[in-house]
Design a protein around this ligand. Structure first.
Ligand code: TZP
Ligand code: MG
Length: 216
């Protein structure tokens, strides 16, 4: 299984961009392109439906050795056999998410990865102190994938990397076109949601992003 500490490209399978019928094909292409983590993000989908989708994905991520992260439903981690969960600022605390992700009827399951969305330097520092394994940091630029959330800009990227030791995935409005600018501003790990999911060849897109990202 790929290690979180080595992860540079985080793929998010956002059902806002991918029809359910396309889930398998898109996931396979993302994995073939070399995403280091795969998150299922299905806003507005109920828990049972997310569990069904996550079970489909785990059949693909497991043989690929890529950790599967479930957004919003840490309690699904044990039943799906996923590697972790991602929570937002308004969701469960990291400790609560970790507790939910780490327990099944059969007992404790291996240490889950818990990630948290952060939207400022202060939130990033707080998430690390709270025990998150990684953070998302963004949106760097305003993005329709996360509407209504003001852009952080590029100025805080260097400061957040100085202040926080856990892996930081920069996110929000990142495109191939601005990737080098984002890296020059200090980013080392990224998430690109909409441009990747809309790419005519997702595998090729992911490979091109990986080729630009710095070695850790
Ligand atoms: N969290 C902060 S920005 C964002 C999330 C989930 C969406 C990023 O999507 P895109 O399409 O890469 O701008
Ligand atoms: Mg959430």
């Amino acid at each position: 299984m790929k290690a979180l500490t080595d992860a540079r490209l985080y793929g998010i399978l956002d059902l806002g961009y991918v029809a359910e019928a396309e889930l398998k094909r898109v996931a396979e292409q993302m994995l073939a392109g070399g995403v280091d983590l795969l998150q299922l993000r299905a806003k507005g989908t109920d828990e049972t439906a997310v569990e069904t989708l996550a079970n489909r994905l785990i059949a693909l991520t497991e043989p690929a050795g890529v950790p599967l992260i479930v957004n919003d439903f840490p309690q699904l981690v044990p039943s799906v056999g996923a590697q972790g969960a991602h929570v937002g600022q308004e969701d469960f605390s990291v400790a609560d998410a970790r507790w939910r992700a780490g327990r099944s009827l059969a007992g404790e399951v291996p240490t889950p990865i818990i990630g948290k969305s952060t939207h400022s330097l202060e939130q990033a520092i707080a998430a690390e102190a709270e025990g998150a394994d990684y953070i998302g940091f963004g949106p760097l630029f305003a993005t329709p994938t996360k509407p209504g959330r003001p852009a952080i800009g590029l100025d805080e990227i260097r400061r957040v990397h100085e202040a926080v030791r856990i892996p930081i995935f920069c996110i929000g409005g990142i495109k191939l076109e601005n990737l080098e600018t984002v890296i020059a501003a200090g980013a080392r790990r990224v998430v690109i949601v909409s441009e990747m999911l809309r790419a005519p060849d997702i595998t090729d897109f992911a490979r091109r992003v990986r080729a630009i990202l710095p070695r850790l």
